[in-house]
Design a protein around this ligand. Structure first.
Ligand code: FE2
Length: 312
C-alpha cells in the first residue's frame, strides 16, 4: 500500500517559487509543505497589526490572514491545502514557520492563516473563541485526559459531543520544555486492519450517547453513530472518555475497538517541532497522544482549532 501511494497517489507533490510540497518524512500518507523563507518573513511583516486580541474580536481579520498568506505564497497554495485535506488517500499535512519566530502570538497568526484556508473554525467552547491554547504540565487537576501528561490519551476523533460538523482539526506546537515522549499518535482508517470488522458490526451505526465533562462548557447530550459513510467511504466518530454506552454489549464493542486502534501497527507517533502544525481530516484520521516521561519541569503548550470545510 505504501509503495502504491508513493508511486501513484501523490498528486500534490510540487515545487513552486513560494512553496514546496513533498511526502512527509515520518508518514507517507501525509505531506509536508515548506514555505519559502521569504514568504514566511513577508507574511509576518504584513500582518503585524493582527494580534491575537484583534483576531479574537474581529472575525474578518482571521480571513485576512489567509488572504495575505495565500497572496504571498502564490498561485495554487490554497487549492493544494484544501485538496490534500479532502483527499481520502492523504487527508493531512504539516507546515511551519521555519524558525523565523518563537513568539506564540505569531504562531496564532500563522495557524489562523492556515486554518482559514481550509475552512471556518468552530467556536471552541473551552475558551469561547475560535481557538484554544492549552498546556500540559507535571501536575494536573482537570477532568479529562487532555492535560494529563503521563497517561496515554487514546485515539479519538474531535467534536464527538458537539452538535455541529468537525471536518478538520489543526494542532500547533507553541512551546515545549523538558518534554520527552508525548508525541501525537495518528492512524488513517484505511491503514487499520480491523476497519471492516468494526465498521460492519451491527453496533457500528447504533447512535451512541456522548456527553462532555464540565471543563468543556458544553451541556448538550448528543447521539452519534460510531461509523458513517462519506463520499462512499467509512468514516468514524469516537472518543472513549465521553461515550456513554447503555449496555454491556455496547461497552464491549467500544472497548475492543479502542484496543484494536491502539494496538494497530499502523498507529504511528508523529514528532512535531515547535512552530509546526499538523492539519488532519477528522472524518478518517484518528489522533491521540503518547504519555510523556515523568519530569517535574515538563511544560508543553499546543494550540488547537477545529472546524468545517470552506464551501466557496
Ligand atoms: Fe483531540
Amino acid at each position: 500500500m505504501s509503495t502504491l501511494i508513493l508511486e501513484k497517489k501523490r498528486p500534490f507533490i510540487q515545487n513552486q517559487p513560494g512553496f514546496k510540497i513533498s511526502t512527509h518524512p515520518e508518514h507517507d500518507r501525509l505531506y509536508h509543505i515548506q514555505l519559502d523563507d521569504a514568504v514566511v518573513a513577508e507574511f509576518f511583516q504584513a500582518t503585524t497589526d493582527a494580534m491575537p486580541q484583534r483576531l479574537q474580536y474581529v472575525p474578518y481579520a482571521r480571513l485576512l490572514m489567509s488572504h495575505k498568506l495565500n497572496e504571498i505564497a502564490g498561485e495554487g497554495f490554497a487549492e493544494a491545502l484544501r485538496g490534500i485535506v479532502n483527499d481520502r488517500e492523504s487527508g493531512g499535512f504539516t507546515i511551519g514557520v521555519q524558525n523565523q519566530t518563537s513568539n506564540p502570538d505569531d504562531f496564532v497568526r500563522f495557524g489562523t492563516a492556515i486554518s482559514h484556508l481550509i475552512g471556518i473554525p468552530n467556536l471552541d467552547a473551552m475558551t469561547g473563541t475560535f481557538y484554544a491554547r492549552f498546556t500540559v504540565k507535571d501536575t494536573d487537576s482537570s477532568d479529562s485526559y487532555l492535560r494529563q501528561a503521563y497517561r496515554l490519551f487514546t485515539l479519538h476523533t474531535d467534536g464527538t459531543f458537539v452538535d455541529e460538523p468537525t471536518d478538520w482539526l489543526l494542532m500547533m506546537k507553541m512551546q515545549e520544555q523538558h518534554a520527552k515522549g508525548g508525541e501525537s499518535r495518528i492512524l488513517h482508517l484505511d491503514d487499520w486492519e480491523d476497519l471492516e470488522k468494526f465498521s460492519r458490526h451491527p453496533l457500528a451505526t447504533y447512535k451512541m450517547t456522548y456527553k462532555s465533562p464540565p471543563s468543556k462548557n458544553v451541556e448538550q447530550v448528543i447521539q452519534r453513530q460510531t461509523f458513517y459513510t462519506r463520499n462512499n467511504k467509512p468514516c468514524m466518530c469516537f472518543i472513549d472518555q465521553f461515550a456513554h454506552p447503555e449496555t454491556m454489549e455496547q461497552a464491549v464493542y467500544l472497548s475492543e475497538m479502542s484496543g484494536s486502534l491502539e494496538n494497530s501497527p499502523a498507529t504511528k507517533a508523529m514528532p512535531l517541532p515547535i512552530g509546526d502544525l499538523i492539519v488532519l481530516n477528522n472524518h478518517f484520521w484518528m489522533h491521540g497522544r503518547a504519555p510523556f516521561e515523568k519530569n517535574p519541569e515538563l511544560f508543553r503548550e499546543l494550540m488547537r482549532q477545529r472546524g468545517v470545510f470552506a464551501t466557496t
